[in-house]
Structures are given as C-alpha cells and as structure tokens.
Design a protein around this ligand. Sequence first.
Ligand code: PLP
Length: 380
Amino acid sequence: GAGTWKSERVIASRQGPHLRLVGGGAGIMNFCANNYLGLSSHPEVIRAAVEALEKFGAGLSSVRFICGTQSIHKDLEEKIARFHQREDAILYASCFDANAGIFEALLTPEDAVLSDELNHASIIDGIRLCKANKYRYKHMDMQDLETKLKEAQKYRLRLVATDGAFSMDGDIAPLREICQLAQKYDALVFIDECHATGFLGPSGRGTDELLGVMDKVTIINSTLGKALGGAAGGYTTGPKPLIDLLRQRSRPYLFSNSLPPAVVGCASKALDLLMESNAIAQSMAAKTQRFRSKMAAAGFTISGKDHPICPVMLGDARLASVMAEDMLNRGIYVIGFSYPVVPKGKARIRVQISAVHTDEDIDRCVEAFTEVGRKHGALP
Ligand code: PLP
C-alpha cells in the first residue's frame, strides 16, 4: 500500500560492469553493485576459488571450533590482521554476523554503547542484542556525541560505534574528532568498514587510514562481500585478547558453519592483489571523480565527497523510481531509494562506481542521466 514493496531483477551473467538480465537485453551497464574494485569477476580471484574448492572441498559441515578450521581460514585471518595492521582477526559468515556477535560478547549491563543514528541495520541489531546502556547520537554530530559521552561516564566502559563510510549518503565519519572525544572521555572506537575496506586511504586500508587514525580505532568490522572479491563473509580485527574472547563467546561464530573454502580463496586472493599494488583503488578514485564532477556540471546534486557511492539527490520518491526505470530503458542499471530506506523527502538514485567501469561507461551514464533528468523535470 505504501509503494515500498521491493522486487528483484534477475541477472543471467557474472557480476560486473556489464550484465545480462533474465528476460532483458545483454550489455546492461551496472552502476549499483558494491563491486568497487571490480574483483568479483577478476580472473585471478576466480582461479583462487577453484583451486581452494578442489584442494579443500565444498565446505566444512561444521562450525569452527568442532572441526571447521582449515589452514586457509587461519591464513586468511592472519592476512586480514596484517592488511589492517591489527593484532588478530576472526572470520564470520558475513559482516552482518560480525556485527551481531561483537556487542553482546564485549559489553555488559555495566557498560555503554554510543551509536550514530544512521548506522547500518546490522550494527543496530547487534546493539539490540547486548545488555549495555544504549545512546544514539545525531548523525556525525560531535556535540551530541560529547554530551552523551559525558552522560555515559558513570559506566565501566564506553564504546563508540560508527560506520566508517555511510552507504546511503556516501559520507565519511569524522573519525579524527570521534577519536579525540574517545580519548578525552576514555572510550573505545568501533568502525564498520564495509564501504571503505580495500579502497579508502592511500593504500586502501580504509577510513582510519584516510583520516590518519589507524592507531586510535580499536575495533574494525568489515565484509569480504563487497570490494574484497564480493563472495561473502565478514570479520572483526583488533586486539588479540578481544579476538580470543570472540572465539569463546560470539554466538554467530560459535553456532554457524565455517566459511566455504572457495569463498576463503576469493578473499585471500583479493587481499594479495591489494597488498601488491594500490593501482586498482586509484583507478576507482579517478573514475569516481570523473562521475561526480560531470554530474555536478550537468546540474545534479551528488551527496557525499570523494566516495564511489554517489547518491543523485532527487527528493521526490516517485521521481527517483521513474527515473531509475527510464535509465534501465537506456541500458543503465541504477536503483532509486526512498522512504523508509532514506528519510522522507530525500529520495535519490544511488550510483556506485567501480574500478572496472571505463571512462566511456561513466560518460554514457552521465549522458543518460542528463536526458532522463530533463525528460522528468529534475533538470531545467
Ligand atoms: N555493514 C554495512 C555498512 C553494510 O553495508 C553491510 C551490507 O550491506 C553489512 C554491514 C553487512 O555485510 P554482509 O553483506 O557481509 O553481511
């Protein structure tokens, strides 16, 4: 009744910049995947998955602590920790699980958690599962965070939880300021780096590297299901005693199957590629810049700054959905987001740029937006 029922388009090809849809034409240009570095169909990533599948089998039929830990799981955990320059890491079936598992394992009723109001649903759910005292601060509002940190001084331990990069607006948490406040009020900092790992910062380590606070953020959760090969899986990385505690207490880790070897193979190869060179991440940054500047020149408002999530702000929900549909008629796959996914009156089409888009792909997308925008009155 509210017009919010979601339907799914069915893809008949690999994930990539060009797709074939079931029942639709081939050569659809894809601008709505989290495939930021284009590694989801990278030949070396696929080969690594096949090799892991052949050597280590389809799956473990077990959770980690019974008989579900293989050498490749330990190797990948070590590689993740090295990538983030942290002491240790623990794998989960998804980052949703990593977020569901951490707060309950770490925090007690004597502790407090302070969470940005626009944090991802999985952080919100993870916090719901724990018994700590809960504070929700206004989105990226440091005054509000400080007020709430002052209130939370009476508790044993304080944890500030924020997305590193927010997926609906493409904006980046003010981590420097958050870390300063955390230091002042003796709090730990947790960041969800799903939309940052692999490409933000000079060597793609993430938001903490971008903002120069790698030594101040205590805990990172992130996904293997976006830039790092796009298969599936998530992790927590941070101090070794914390990771040891999670292996003992974190319920999605203790009570869910191990990551399948092929998935481990993909992520492990993706990390190798990123640790060898940051050329892929740089190419994505250049394409992001091209899209953002050309769209601004065409007269569109793009939210956020320098992030491959480029929300084309339209305001009206119907306009966003009609324009997205018309973009697909022109062979460009983008998605409109409206309430309740984003606030009322802030409907948008979220465009996501990938390293494997060509400059021509980007230019065609901007041209199509300009035509469709004029047709539907979003541009003069
Ligand atoms: N956190 C954020 C910010 C996300 O965008 C997502 C995925 O949409 C997740 C967590 C969950 O990640 P996963 O797909 O690995 O469960």
